[in-house]
Design a protein around this ligand. Structure first.
Ligand SMILES: O=C(O)CCC(=O)C(=O)O
Length: 277
């Protein structure tokens, strides 16, 4: 039988760090977005950012297009019936800058709503290795750049296929609108997760360790090394970022010495060059 992922409220940062971050366990926190005043519907999102250019990906992380957000919402949101028109369904991952390349980034949009949300209270507010922060100085994804920080905007049926996050990083996924179904596999489970691998769809072979539905207002913590697969059960808007906290430095350094880290160098360099000090 599949495991049940812990669902917590009033989760103290000390407990989060020990039990989930160092302990490398997923958790859902139900009350961390209670005070956010961010857009909560596709209509609000469109009226604010409809004209902005956004990055469109396939069901992994291959960029396929750049379009005005309004064009994506009009084509892929509010559809009834089976979402079979196009496979894989396109998926907007509107990331902020994380590489030294000229591109379409979400930085200006994030600046414009930085006062309408806050660091989820259970997360550490300083001492990050990624982004590289000055020890003790407050660091927050509301105003600081983090790798993989962005708005994930997906029509019903769009997926992010099975993968492990890069940089030996942890991630949080904050659900603003709609519902997502998530499958989690343990890090030691042998599942195909290399980008582009045709096989990295769940179902064949290993069974997931846990599955869950993420609902609006909930934040799920996705720990380093855990293969995971996400399907948008409805049209969906999430806010997400990745990080490496000093408390998990051992795993980060071990990862840097591994072969897969070399493909991740552009992002690591970008953050290394920005490190304050
Ligand atoms: O929400 C999704 O579609 C995928 C989220 C995810 O895989 C991640 O944040 O690492």
């Amino acid at each position: 039988m599949a495991e049940i992922i812990d669902r917590r409220s009033a989760l103290a940062p000390v407990e989060f760090i020990e039990r989930y971050l160092i302990g490398n366990q997923p958790v859902v926190v139900a009350d961390a977005m209670n005070r956010w005043r961010l857009f909560r519907t596709p209509e609000e999102l469109e009226s604010r950012f409809g004209a902005e250019l956004v990055q469109v990906y396939n069901d992994l992380f291959d960029l396929t297009n750049v379009v005005p957000l309004r064009a994506y919402l009009q084509e892929w949101f509010g559809k009834s019936g089976e979402p079979v028109a196009k496979k894989p369904l396109p998926y907007v991952r509107w990331y902020t800058k994380m590489k030294d390349v000229d591109f379409v980034w979400a930085d200006e949009a994030f600046k414009s709503f930085s006062e309408q949300w806050s660091l989820p209270y259970f997360l550490p507010n300083s001492d990050y290795l990624l982004p590289c922060s000055v020890p003790g100085r407050p660091t927050t994804p509301t105003t600081d750049l983090f790798p993989g920080k962005g708005l994930f905007i997906s029509g019903r049926g769009a997926c992010t296929r099975l993968h492990r996050d890069p940089w030996a990083s942890d991630a949080v996924l904050c659900q603003l609108f709609g519902e997502k179904h998530l499958l989690f596999y343990r890090p030691e489970q042998e599942v195909a997760t290399s980008p582009g691998a045709a096989k990295n769809t769940p179902g064949a072979g290993e069974k997931p360790w846990a599955e869950m539905t993420l609902k609006p207002g909930e934040v799920v913590f996705i720990p380093r090394g855990w293969p995971h697969h996400a399907t948008s059960l409805t049209d969906s808007i999430s806010l997400t970022w990745n990080f490496v906290h000093a408390s998990t430095w051992r795993w980060f350094f071990k990862h840097l010495a591994s072969a897969s880290a070399s493909a991740e160098l552009p992002v690591l360099r970008f953050f290394a060059n920005r490190a304050g000090g």
